[in-house]
Design a protein around this ligand. Sequence first.
Ligand SMILES: [Zn+2]
Ligand SMILES: [Zn+2]
Length: 265
Amino acid sequence: MDIFGIKGLLICALIFIPFEHLFAERPQKILRNGLGVDLIYMLFNGLVIKAVVVLIAANTLEAAAMLVPQSVTHAIGGQPIWLQVAEIIVITDIGVYWAHRAFHEIPALWKFHAVHHGIEELDWLGAFHSHPVDSIITKAISLTPIFFLGFSEASIAVFSVIYFWHTLLVHSNLRIPFGPLKWLIASPQFHRWHHANQREAYDKNFAGQLPFLDVVFGTYNATGNKVPEKYGVDDPVPSSYFGQIGYPLLRRRKRSNRVVPESKG
Ligand SMILES: [Zn+2]
Ligand SMILES: [Zn+2]
């Protein structure tokens, strides 16, 4: 049984590696720095996160059965699938937006999220590079309402596939012009500016899939066609997998440059 999702990894690699080679935003080697650590994230975190999502679903469905009237869950789960998927994307992305913003603004949470921002060479595989505490809290906040409200299994399955590929796409090193769609659908350009280690990019572009949420909540970074000078963080995030897992839990003297109040704006 392919519990680590090796088959999925190979399919993603076969699609993204050639495209990133042909349409690269920045010159970057396939065997880039941090590739081995990102592979470990992909294999182990994927497993932990799947288990946690199953737990969230089971508990929420049980609570919903007691608290939400069946007329409500039936009405929601009975809508056309495309409409349910659109609603799920909006609801989950509002959750992603605020969870993500909290991870930036609350110093104790930032240490977990700094691990994701530690990526210095960004490509599709960087999508998996998150501390498990970061991924689990974000999933719990964004997915609980979906299970609670009674969206159908089929629409949740379609959403999961869209979300998975979209997350890989926004982390990819691809140059794809989105035109006016850039306000509606998060592009690699939108998310790479979230990863830029440049002051004007700090605490901007929090949405996962819907950039207009950043416009609504006042955190959109309009960057035009510029490419970030560098990615990463100034925090002393270790380079090894276990170093990164332990990093938020260890006391350190150096404070993050990103959580001082003047970084806002
Ligand atoms: Zn972030
Ligand atoms: Zn990211």
